[in-house]
Design a protein around this ligand. Structure first.
Ligand SMILES: [Zn+2]
Length: 277
């Protein structure tokens, strides 16, 4: 049994504000330890549950946050940027039986600690076929096309609630309870690690590959906080303006959908001016 872990940081234990997840800050240095603790607990739980292989794919910011030297020695870790499937890279080779979303968070425009979808501020909402989407939902569609079930989700309580929509069967561990975008009631790493390890052990039972799901085509809409970002995004072929600050495109599969989404977010973020946005 092979498990893939997609590890994002905003939903990690103890994390509640931007500097906690911003590479290079002293706060980030401290929070890396708690992020690594969450991921390591999941790794150990999956091995407890019978996994033969666990691959961790870093999915936050520059994708260089986890402390490899503190992880269980049986694991392998994919670190760094530029990967065909981004946050769920590694799922496409036909050998993954289940995936865990560790440190996930609510989507842009939702309540939730550090809620956003890819861009921290400039995207105010993403919809897939009119359903408001988080990164969890986007990635769940991608992995379903490879027949890989989402078996475990960790994050704040809102991220866990969000996961009920895209992975009802998956085990969920809330490592903190949302109070506002920048505040949460947090539990200690020792306590969250124990909960994540136990849940991962149980989640290993759900790691059974199924037939690839062909749910497309998907219409993806992206709303920005400024009009010029929508205009900039329309240089991506197939992306059309559907509102003053909103664009949309249709993709046959979510494999294509997530790639177009990355192109849209890359171009939109390059169009942001420091002072006026
Ligand atoms: Zn994220």
């Amino acid at each position: 049994m092979k498990i893939l872990i997609s590890a994002d940081m905003e939903g990690a234990t103890g994390v509640t504000w931007p500097a906690d997840v911003l590479p290079g800050t002293p706060q980030w240095e401290r929070c890396r330890g708690m992020f690594t603790s969450d991921v390591n607990a999941a790794v150990q739980g999956f091995f407890d549950g019978g996994a033969d292989e666990v691959l961790v794919n870093e999915a936050h910011w520059t994708m260089r946050n986890l402390l490899l030297e503190q992880l269980d020695e049986r694991v392998e870790m994919l670190t760094g940027r530029h990967k065909a499937l981004s946050m769920v890279e590694g799922v496409q080779h036909g050998d993954v039986d289940g995936i865990a979303f560790i440190g996930y968070h609510a989507g842009a425009g939702m309540e939730g600690v550090l809620a956003h979808t890819y861009l921290a501020n400039q995207i105010t909402g993403v919809w897939i076929d009119d359903v408001r989407a988080s990164e969890g939902l986007l990635n769940a569609h991608v992995v379903a096309e490879y027949g890989v079930p989402v078996v475990l989700v960790t994050g704040d309580d809102v991220a866990c609630e969000d996961a009920l929509g895209y992975a009802p069967e998956a085990l969920k561990v809330a490592v903190k309870d949302h109070v506002s975008r920048y505040a949460a009631v947090c539990r200690t790493p020792a306590r969250t690690a124990a909960a994540i390890r136990a849940a991962a052990k149980e989640a290993a039972r759900l790691a059974v590959r199924h037939e690839p799901v062909e749910a497309g085509p998907f219409t993806v809409a992206v709303e920005f906080d400024a009009e010029h970002l929508a205009m900039a995004a329309t240089v991506v072929p197939g992306v059309a303006r559907v509102g003053e600050r909103k664009v949309a495109y249709t993709s046959a599969t979510m494999y294509e959908g997530i790639r177009t989404f990355k192109a849209v977010t890359t171009i939109a973020s390059a169009a942001v001016e420091e002072q006026y946005g």
